[in-house]
Ligand binder design. Sequence first.
Ligand code: YSA
Length: 346
Amino acid sequence: MHSLEDLRAEAERAIKQAGSLKALRDAEVAYLGRSGKLTQILKTLKDLPEDKRRTMGAEANETRKLLELLAAERTASLKREEYEQKLKLERIDITRPGKRYHKGGLHPLTIIRRDIERIFGSMGFAVAEGPEVETEFYNFDALNIPADHPARDMWDTFWIKNPKRDPKAQRLLLRTHTSPVQVRYIQKHAPPFRIIAPGRVFRYEATDASHEIQFYQLEGLMVGRDISLANFKQVMQTFLGKLFGKEMKVRLRPSYFPFVEPGAEVDMSCVQCGGHGCSVCKHTGWVEIAGAGMVHPKVFQSAGLNPKDWQGFAFGFGIDRVAMMKYKIPDIRMFYQNDIRFLRQF
Ligand code: YSA
């Protein structure tokens, strides 16, 4: 009897103190299992005299029932505790700020193109467009660059095969510059006008840090009765000042493009050093930014306009190159690699 009471007290303690379902299961096995301590006692009952066996048997069965009940209660409370713990861990604090998901953004070349369009827009320039697959006529001939003209070497061209081999069909190419948009626009609109034409162009040439085989240009054209290069210089200075957020100097150097006369190369003061001289501007204080000039009479003629009545300036620059200067990007190819670490910075 004494040992049964001791056992009951011991088992009760073990059950009540079990800190986990696993510990409780171990206690159940230790006392109530097939070779558990209480089961052992029950097995010895048969050796006892009749009267003792009866009282002891009753006691032992009661103890078993009691312990089973305690174990069931403890199981329920441990399960509840575990569940509450889980709830606590999984609790959602709806007052916390949400996680930021990156929704994607605009490509740096799109951002700068929009900036450029806005700035020229504020000076009254409309935006014009032309096809990327162009005819030889618009890309070259109409711009005073006939087939045998050596200036064609300035633009290494991707030609498009003529699948029908029709000898009369216009030869197609991927436009090498945005200048064909000038001709297309003049054909369809009566001056005076001022336009810009941003767009993708293609060149069959080796790539390096400042050259791509496809890149973006911005064409500009302003035609009126007395539009001059002085107007151009002022437009360019205003544009650059607004784009870079500080006063910019512009200078023109004589140059040659078949579709302008006179033609010029346009330099702007170096953004990096402010014109004092650094490695970016090769210590000259100037960075070349565009080609420009007064529209050649032959271009007006091929577009159906009388050059005696109208005159104007045209210019073209590389949007990628301007973006490189504005965002201080050392290699043009970064724009086209789609590296998310690069793109997310804009
Ligand atoms: C000149 C006079 C005008 O009245 C009108 C337009 C022009 C520009 C002319 N159509 C042209 O394409 N000139 S260009 O061959 O010197 O290119 C213009 C600009 O495009 C360059 O100054 C440079 O900024 C950019 N560019 C040229 N090749 C490039 C390039 N950018 C990236 N990769 C290349 N491979």
